[in-house]
Design a protein around this ligand. Sequence first.
Ligand SMILES: Cc1cc2nc3c(=O)[nH]c(=O)nc-3n(C[C@H](O)[C@H](O)[C@H](O)COP(=O)(O)OP(=O)(O)OC[C@H]3O[C@@H](n4cnc5c(N)ncnc54)[C@H](O)[C@@H]3O)c2cc1C
Length: 282
Amino acid sequence: MYCAFTLLFPVILLVSFCMADSAYIHEHFLPCLSQHFSNSTSRSKLIYTPNDKSYFEILNSTIQNPRFSSPLNPNLCIIITHFHASQVQATVNCSQKHGIETRIRSGGHDSEGFSYVSDVLFVILDLRNLRSIKIDVDQKLAWVEDGATLGEVYYSIAKKSENLGFPAGVCPTVCVGGHFSGGGYGHLMRKYGLAVDNIIDAKLVNIEGRILDRQSMGEDLFWPICGGGAVSFGVVLSWKIRLVYVQSKVTVFSLVRNLELNETKKLVHKWQYIPINLMMIC
Ligand SMILES: Cc1cc2nc3c(=O)[nH]c(=O)nc-3n(C[C@H](O)[C@H](O)[C@H](O)COP(=O)(O)OP(=O)(O)OC[C@H]3O[C@@H](n4cnc5c(N)ncnc54)[C@H](O)[C@@H]3O)c2cc1C
């Protein structure tokens, strides 16, 4: 009997906390959001609470580390899948006002789960619907929203020009949001550097809910969001990127050599002289 009680007590405590949290969210946070959200996007497409049928589907759809795809995440109250920058501003403002933490999620590839786990009450600010990509081939520039995947970025650029590309990571489902703000390395790194070396502007919602660009945020903020993890500074909405020249035909190959065959040393030595010449041809 004693054992049963000791096991039951924490469960009851947890459930009652959740109910209290849920009531607080419904009485304060959701009405605050409703005031700010325009009628153009229906609430059902924007806000997912644990009572909604598609809540777990939305939650788990981009979680890359299966360790976190458990429905037992008691501090998560709501997932908001924004369609407009103004909705992101509203979420930031209402979270601030009602003392609720936000977790920003773009592609959900963060292995530690920073974009979908917290020790305190929180909402997920999910950017999956902010994924437009606008390309200016003549200027060799593009504006890319944070919910776009790298695959979408590469494909969109390739559709416009077979001689333009962008130097970022190799995984097509990683999103621009976490990737660019963390640096972003990939196959074109030797020639063009990291993704952040080719970012020339960004739009960010700061803690006060204001939208800033590079000029209005200043270099002291622009510099750390390009590689230092933008999540510490605000929600990045989009990035302006410089496109780079690529050959229209690319040859990819992989060569497997066994260390036991004494060939490896010779091969690695020879390889040192090849890439530099390849870069000159490009
Ligand atoms: C399979 C796989 C392959 C990978 N390949 C590469 C690679 O080739 N090169 C490379 O450099 N990296 C690679 N990575 C690492 C990847 O770039 C990072 O994990 C990146 O942070 C993922 O971004 P995301 O938006 O998909 O993830 P998320 O989990 O959504 O975000 C990651 C972090 O960034 C924050 N964040 C997301 N969006 C925003 C935003 N709009 N504003 C502010 N903060 C934001 C989140 O809160 C979280 O802390 C790979 C990861 C995986 C799982």
